[in-house]
Design a protein around this ligand. Structure first.
Ligand code: F6R
Length: 611
């Protein structure tokens, strides 16, 4: 996820773009850059936040009425000045910003290398720009035509915006899969990833659709499709106020991130899950396939929510890959002289990639000869740098301190790795493999269905917000979900909560049950469903309040539970991605009803870089 802003018109472009980039920083802040066209094409780029770029430009000539700007969340190539956007073409005439991922960039790059091109960055963006430039120079065609030809070859997602010294009053933009809004002013146009950089200048906007190309001048907006047919722009009125869109219209980043999950899971699957070919394409796994396939043992190392993702993955890997799995708290593993060595695979799971305990734990295992494979969200992070390989979760920047969308993206990545290895090892039968692939592709829309119940969950949170303790129970794949539900509630609402395997409650926690204790059961349909129904009865017999996450169509549990939250039916392996959503919402709304700062809960930090 990156943020893009562009301007052409009667104002100075720099202040408009700079302010816009600050608004879009939630989309990424690995580096920022601006290109301005006045006396030639000037590029300014800096690793780090937009404020750093701004400081570095004090005293520079930033004049110009046309420009493009970018705030980056790194995917290809570490965060650095050289990988920052905009990029400049080999001809020196074009500068381009890009949001998205060009999946076939390797192939395009090789073609360009064969033609003698060299690259100044590690990005897929520079490859696409050279490709467009090459088509224009060789075919002697217009930039617009060159973009059209190039995009027909591109696999992946993009919004691109290009400035061209040969047309100094024109911006050309194109979109597939990433968002692009055009703001229409008087004698000026604005482009951005969302409306937040535009809203203070105009409320007239056009949302560009996939496979559309926009040619934009101060007084002209031409919209075309990739077949060069002219389209009529659909101008809409923004029904938003400036303050509301800074968090994308959500009251808190946490809520926004919970609601982003259909997209983040989709982004995570995109380009990897190839249903038509019944394939999972993960270059990180392919690079270490032999070691992963032949692992004697897999050890998941993580902290907090990421550790819960590891617990779910333990069940999945053992089931699909028939390999022994251990799940370790990084902070325990690192201090206990663990028996680890060649033949072991460590899967380090971390949103930030900076968690100190996880970092040190894997350094130690690496020294002892294990393969280190990272499942990480932040590209180029410390854990990414010391891992032998890995797979990114592509969930975009997570700003709310409590992890939500990173967790479901971790589950999506870990599931794909297990499916791929199980297939390679022959430990998963073909029918199940095909079924899981199809079901996995449906998870984003099923998550959307769960989110549609937010208002019911809000009422439920209000009902229980004054409780002082909660118990969360689940079996099998739902046991780690229960742990995650308890952790979220603790963090956000400061209510004491414990997660347990449902059967284990008889060995102690049941002593806490009375008519004041809410007990949340994660009780979706799976092979142990009857067992968990018995556990619910045991709680009800002791007058506990039962709140249950259940599968749509379950007619048994609603008759005994005090409250229920529904999720669509799905294979038990994939169910945690759905079942955690009502628990995230329950925590969020409970925190809100208690008047707490849900985005920055007390005593917590987004990235725990101390031991
Ligand atoms: C919980 C939470 C933390 C993190 C933990 C690990 O909501 O955010 O428990 O999961 O600090 O962080 P990462 O995944 O960045 O290593």
């Amino acid at each position: 996820m990156c943020g893009i802003v562009a301007y052409v018109g009667h104002r100075q472009a720099y202040p408009v773009i700079l302010k816009g980039l600050k608004r879009l920083e939630y989309r990424g802040y690995d580096s920022a850059g601006i290109a301005l066209l006045s006396d030639g094409l000037k590029l300014f780029k800096k690793k780090g936040k937009v404020a750093g770029l701004e400081d570095s430009l004090v005293g520079e000539n930033v004049q110009g009425h046309i420009g493009i700007g970018h705030t980056r969340w790194a995917t290809h190539g570490e965060p650095s000045d050289r990988n920052a956007h905009p990029h400049r073409s080999a001809s020196g005439k074009l500068a381009m910003i890009h949001n998205g991922i060009i999946e076939n960039y390797g192939q395009l790059k090789q073609e360009l290398l064969n033609k003698g091109y060299s690259f100044t960055s590690d990005t897929d963006t520079e490859v696409l720009l050279h490709f467009i430039d090459d088509i224009r120079e060789n075919n002697k065609c217009s930039l617009e035509e060159a973009i059209r030809i190039a995009l027909k070859r591109v696999v992946g997602a993009y919004v691109i915006v290009i400035v061209d010294t040969e047309s100094p009053d024109t911006l050309i933009a194109a979109r597939k899969g990433s968002p692009l809004v055009i703001g229409i002013g008087k004698g000026e146009h604005f482009l951005a990833s969302d409306a937040s950089p535009i809203i203070e200048y105009t409320k007239e906007v056009v949302y560009v659709n996939d496979y559309e190309l926009a040619i934009i001048r101060p007084d002209e907006l031409i919209l075309k499709n990739l077949g060069n047919e002219t389209l009529t722009p659909f101008v809409q009125k923004l029904d938003l106020e400036l303050a509301a869109i800074e968090k994308g219209g959500y009251e808190h980043f946490m809520l926004k991130e919970i609601f982003e999950q259909p997209h983040t899971i989709y982004d995570c699957l995109r380009g990897r899950l190839e249903l038509s070919e019944s394939k999972i394409i993960m270059s990180g796994v392919e690079q270490h396939l032999e070691q992963l396939k032949n692992a004697k043992r897999i050890i998941m190392v993580a902290c907090g929510t990421s550790w819960h993702a590891g617990l779910v993955a333990e069940y999945i890997f053992e089931e699909l890959c028939r390999v022994p799995v251990e799940v370790e708290y990084a902070s325990e593993f690192r201090y206990r002289n663990p028996i680890v060595g060649p033949g072991d695979v460590i899967i380090a799971i971390s949103q930030s990639g900076e968690t100190a305990d996880t970092l040190v734990a894997i350094e130690k295992a690496k020294e002892q000869g294990a393969l280190i494979f990272g499942v990480l969200n932040v590209v180029g992070s410390s854990i990414a740098r010391i891992s032998h390989g890995g797979a990114y979760t592509h969930a975009g920047p997570e700003i709310g301190v409590a992890s939500t969308k990173a967790f479901t993206a971790q589950l999506a990545v870990l599931t794909m790795i297990a499916l791929k290895l199980g297939r390679e090892k022959g430990t998963i039968d073909n029918d199940r493999y095909q079924r899981l692939l199809t079901e996995l592709s449906l998870i984003p829309e099923k998550v959307q269905t769960v989110l549609e119940q937010a208002e019911n969950i809000n009422s439920l949170a209000r009902k229980y917000a004054q409780a002082t303790d909660f118990l969360f129970l689940g079996r099998g794949y739902n046991f780690p979900v229960a742990l995650e539900g308890a952790l979220k509630l603790k963090e956000i609402s400061y209510i004491h909560a414990e997660g347990y395997p449902a059967a284990e409650m008889k060995h102690g926690p049941i002593a806490l049950v009375d008519d004041t204790l809410p007990v949340v059961f994660v009780a979706t349909k799976d092979p142990y469903h009857e067992k968990i129904v018995s556990n619910i009865q045991e709680i009800k017999a002791r007058k506990g309040k039962v709140i249950a996450v259940i599968s749509e169509g379950d007619e048994t549990i609603p008759q005994m539970a005090d409250d229920v939250m529904y999720v669509p039916a799905c294979d038990e392996i994939l169910a945690p991605m759905l079942n955690v959503i009502p628990l995230q919402l329950l925590s969020y709304y409970t925190g809100v009803h208690k008047g707490l700062d849900v985005d920055k809960p007390r005593n917590l930090a987004k990235s725990v870089t101390v031991e």
